[in-house]
Design a protein around this ligand. Structure first.
Ligand SMILES: Cc1ncc(C[n+]2csc(CCOP(=O)(O)OP(=O)(O)O)c2C)c(N)n1
Length: 267
């Protein structure tokens, strides 16, 4: 399975869906899509035919505004038709701009109010650990999301309970909706903070799919919760979107989608 090719295809779909459904948060999705590709194609035990299997691994999207990245990954992974993605954000659609209670198969939780997914995952991971279940839990958070105090409460709890079935991944693109993350809340030295809370930490390039795969495999062998600080680029893969925070909200027009497709090397 060629992860680079899947990610390129998904990047184009994200642009096209955003353009046609007039939905925002494209830069946030492009930042996270390589992490999602590696999780869903290389790491997690999931079965699109049995999305609720008891022994499945769980992915919880903290940065719920990047819902389109999760929906797109699930569609390409076979949970539902790719065409359904074009219902994104439409009236009465399952594909709400932030995952809701009627979200499609494979979406494990509502999210959108930042800072809750790690808390949820700690409870779920503890429950499974107490029952000697094999499930692993993966939580993706934005760097802006770390402004929420609930994240750090969950971080203390997870380390105290030695939740070795839990991995937090920080999509560290240095930007958030209203500006540069470090201007809004001082984050660095980020791995040291997680380590001080009792987590094993790994820092890597969040677009290096080989490094992500190795780190996520290593995480399964560590006897405490693992935080992967993934250095990413908001808008990654489309030159005119990269590191331009306007693309937190901006929607591409049809010409921009064609330009994006060319840049991604797609026909
Ligand atoms: C509790 C809460 N406060 C504020 C918001 C509004 N909000 C939506 S996106 C966002 C910025 C998120 O930044 P980050 O987590 O870094 O994500 P990314 O830059 O990858 O989009 C904020 C503050 C929210 N969704 N939830």
């Amino acid at each position: 399975m060629d992860i680079t090719a899947i990610s390129a295809q998904m990047r184009h779909t994200l642009c096209d869906v955003s353009s046609k459904t007039k939905t925002p948060h494209l830069g946030s999705c492009l930042s996270a899509i390589d992490i999602l590709s590696v999780l869903y194609w290389k790491i997690m035990r999931v079965d699109p035919q049995q999305p609720n299997a008891r022994d499945r691994d769980y992915f919880l999207l903290g940065k719920g505004h990047a819902a389109s990245a999760l929906y797109t990954t699930l569609a390409y992974r076979g949970f539902f038709d790719i065409d359904a993605l074009y219902e994104h954000g439409q009236t009465n659609s399952q594909f709400e701009e932030h995952p809701g209670v009627n979200a499609p198969a494979g979406v494990e939780t509502v999210s959108g109010s930042l800072g809750h997914a790690l808390s949820l995952a700690t409870g779920m991971a503890l429950s499974c650990k107490l029952q000697n279940m094999p499930n692993h839990f993966y939580v993706l958070m934005g760097d802006g999301e770390l402004n929420e105090g609930t994240v750090w409460e969950a971080a203390m709890f997870a380390a105290g309970k030695q939740l070795d079935n839990l991995v937090a991944i920080v999509d560290f693109n240095k930007l958030q909706g209203t500006g540069e993350s470090c201007q809004i809340m001082h984050l660095e030295p980020l791995e040291k903070k997680w380590a001080a809370f009792g987590w094993h930490t790994i820092r890597l390039d969040g677009h290096d799919t080989g490094a992500l795969e190795s780190a996520l495999k290593e995480a399964k062998l560590i006897s405490k919760p693992v935080c992967i600080v993934a250095d990413t680029v908001k808008g990654k893969g489309i030159s005119f979107m990269e590191n331009d925070n306007n693309w937190h909200y901006r929607i591409p027009n049809s010409d921009e989608v064609i330009m994006a497709k060319k840049e991604l090397g797609l026909q």
